[in-house]
Design a protein around this ligand. Structure first.
Ligand code: HEM
Length: 401
């Protein structure tokens, strides 16, 4: 049996990763953790997985799943259903297990098709050009581009009218803070934010019931009405997840990716030559999602380590993406890297449903930005998002000329 390493140094490193400085630059801490062990134990008993092969195995193992809501009481969350922020998460695809996960994922996959995503290409190209046109000489890249692009693309797909979209940036940020830590202070902002998103989507669903259109919300309402076993409650949770996941992470792919590109100007020809491979490498190099969590549902052995039901495992996919056993010169950005499939979209049954959409946006955006704004550079004053799970920027000042 392989070991789960527990030591003072492990605890100290994990503590540092919860500080603002540790979150801002986790990669050195990850590297030291990988040296100490592929499996390490945190003070609260959680097992953390640091390497690529084993993180992938955790993501794909069906005996590992999402915390069954009956067990949330043990985590001090017995009243989860009374908190809109927790309800919207624990009952969504991201929080549930088969058979409900299988049923709901199948339903939404049948509406969220590759065809629907590809059909957004011309609109996405237009949005990218319009946003670049509107950028000032000095601007915040997050507010001017990285947030509005994905928010408008998912808004377009779902059928959220353009004028209504901007209000959701802060609401979704406040809501998704529960991914890092669930404390009364976090819930104080997260609950009203989650409720506001849900109320808004409830109104939109009612409109589409009266008058369906070509959008995804109408398709979801159609499933509900066709008796496809999608309740209104499930519909609102699904729409909330799609909307929030649709821009929260892609915003950060655009910001993290831009910083990586501007810090490696010599690689820009590789971006032009093969945007698809370049985006794949940007996702590996600095992923917007840095870890995924699982709870042991049935006894299992992962890479020689035995796990018992109820144990909590967190796969540090951000560390796995820099694993030197998997990638040559793993800390180096190489847009021409041939073998760069990462764990940034997770794996197994919860594999990111929006991966094709996120890729499409980034593959259109980066080459256009580089071509149309050749003088683009970073300015002082960037502010990172203070989170280990969601990696990105709140503010990213740039000069465009
Ligand atoms: C760069 C952008 C994105 C990244 C890095 C990302 C990352 C992830 C990851 C790591 C997971 C798996 C979580 C787990 O295993 O616990 C996931 C799931 C998911 N993502 Fe994304 N995502 C991105 C963009 C999107 C977009 C654009 C959408 C929707 C339009 C989306 C919708 C979802 C949904 C619905 C799930 C849950 C799937 C399930 O549990 O079956 N994501 N994403």
């Amino acid at each position: 049996m392989a070991d789960i390493v527990e030591s003072r140094e492990v605890s100290a490193l994990l503590d540092e990763l919860t500080t603002t400085a540790g979150r801002a630059d986790p990669y050195g801490h990850y590297a030291r953790l990988r040296e100490l062990g592929t499996f390490v134990r945190a003070g609260d008993g959680t097992v953390i997985v640091t390497r690529f092969v084993e993180c992938g195995a955790v993501a794909r193992d069906h005996r590992l799943g999402k915390t069954p809501t009956e067990l949330l009481g043990e985590a001090g969350l017995a009243d989860w259903a009374d908190h809109p922020a927790l309800y919207g998460y624990f009952t969504s695809l991201l929080g549930i297990n088969p058979p409900d996960h299988t049923r709901l994922r199948r339903l939404v996959s049948s509406s969220f098709t590759a065809r629907r995503v590809q059909a957004l290409r011309p609109a996405t190209e237009r949005m990218v050009d319009d946003l670049i046109d509107a950028m000032g000489e000095r601007d915040d890249f997050v507010a001017a581009f990285a947030f509005p692009l994905p928010c408008n693309v998912i808004g377009e797909l779902l059928g959220i009218p353009p004028a209504d979209r901007a209000q959701f940036q802060h609401l979704v940020q406040d809501w998704s803070a529960v991914l890092d830590e669930i404390t009364p202070e976090v819930l104080l902002k997260a609950d009203p934010a989650a409720q506001a998103v849900r109320d808004y989507l409830g109104g939109l669903a009612a409109e589409r019931r009266r008058q369906p259109r070509e959008d995804l919300m109408s398709a979801l309402v159609g499933h509900e009405e066709a008796g496809d076993r999608l309740t209104e409650d499930e519909l609102l949770t699904m729409a909330g997840l799609l909307f929030a996941a649709g821009f929260e992470t892609t915003t950060n792919l655009l910001s993290n990716g831009l910083v990586a590109l501007l810090e490696h100007p010599g690689q820009l020809p590789l971006l032009r030559a093969d945007p698809e491979a370049a985006v794949q490498e940007l996702l590996r190099y600095d992923s917007p999602v840095q870890n995924i969590d699982r709870t042991v549902l049935a006894p299992t052995t992962v890479a020689g380590v035995r796990f018992e039901p109820g144990e909590r495992i967190v796969a540090y996919t951000g560390s796995a993406n820099r694993d030197e056993l998997r990638f040559t010169d793993a800390d180096r950005l190489d847009l021409g890297r041939a073998d760069n499939a990462s764990l940034s979209f997770g794996g197994g049954m919860h594999y990111c449903l929006g991966a094709p959409m996120a890729r499409l946006e980034a593959e259109i955006a980066f080459p256009r930005i580089v071509e149309r704004l050749p003088g683009l550079r970073l300015e002082e004053g960037a502010r990172r998002r203070d989170s280990l799970t969601i990696r990105g920027f709140d503010i990213l000042p740039v000069a465009t000329r």
